[in-house]
Design a protein around this ligand. Sequence first.
Ligand code: GMT
Length: 375
Amino acid sequence: MKIGIVCYPTFGGSGVVATELGIALADRGHEIHFITYKQPVRLELLSHNVHFHEVSVPDYALFHYQPYELALSSKLVDMVKLHKIELLHVHYAIPHAYAGYMAKQMLASENIHIPMVTTLHGTDITLVGNHPFYKPAVTFSINNSDVVTSVSQSLKDDTLRLFDIKKEIHVVPNFIDVVKHVNPFTECQRDLMAKPNERIITHISNFRPVKRITDIIEIFDRVQKEVPSKLLMVGEGPEKEKAEALCIAKGIENKVVFLGNSNEIDKILCFSDLFLLPSEKESFGLAALEAMVCGVPVISSNTGGLSEVNQHGFSGYLSDVGNVEEMAVNAVSILKDSEVLAKYKKQAREAAMKFDTKNIVPLYEEVYRIASNKV
Ligand code: GMT
């Protein structure tokens, strides 16, 4: 099929999933057109069946807010016509589902009927989309998508609870290429990061308030008193400065390394012993899955879809949001004994297997078939 994928091109989970999906679909013979304002960060190579079309929004002084949805929907119309795109798959409802719906209507007026699949990712429902300012438009665009998917059962339940949804929601979990991570421990350069006796604990995110970044410092502070360790903080975002200040206040700044955004998270996860994800909300927790497939056990909160990914007592442990004491105790129980750690590493990878790309991408192809039959 010729598929147009609309997503955020940044380091956010929805953009990463959309990009990896496009790459996997292209590998399976589909022609993929990414349509967004910048080349997606995980999209390194364009090829004969992976294309990128940039949405430009020229600044005009009259506008306090530049009309991105308008530019996106116009670009979608043009690209569908030019490349004979057969289906639009929009990731993150705001404003993509809305722009996609407008494009569909414009195309229909020219007798071009194109199905649209909307994938809900999390904060488009639980945080931003639920705001009264956006709710009517989000409800409308979900109800007017041809097929709606959510990345976890938990997100589906939240959507049905928070919005008046008339559509069936198909749960298609996020995925990971297990083969690509088949031997993650061969090229580890762990000695660059820590001494041989130190454990390496990692967190990767966009450092937004929802990630509870200061909980990570609180957990690590407790752990490093019991087990010699280093904390690697990967990513950029609004809570970073607060976290840096807390490290200084606790006198642990020489044990915490802030690495910024990275396109090489595999390399970082390769030498990590534990992953922390104490989020306030998490519809799925793609970062946890990326850690698990690299054999890194996860200490997380039990919010949202995290319990569908991280298996309590097997791939790691889950605790109530904010229970940093318990999270630290569980972390120490995994880290202090090398045999226990090795067991959890193996189990973390095992738990990731069911999310292999080869199991999940066909579910999206099935969704595309259903959507195509609707127009
Ligand atoms: O806040 C983020 O991590 C980014 C956000 C997004 O939509 O870009 O992530 C959401 O989508 C990811 C991919 O489906 C999920 O793995 C994350 O759990 C989800 N984030 C939240 O629900 C907070």
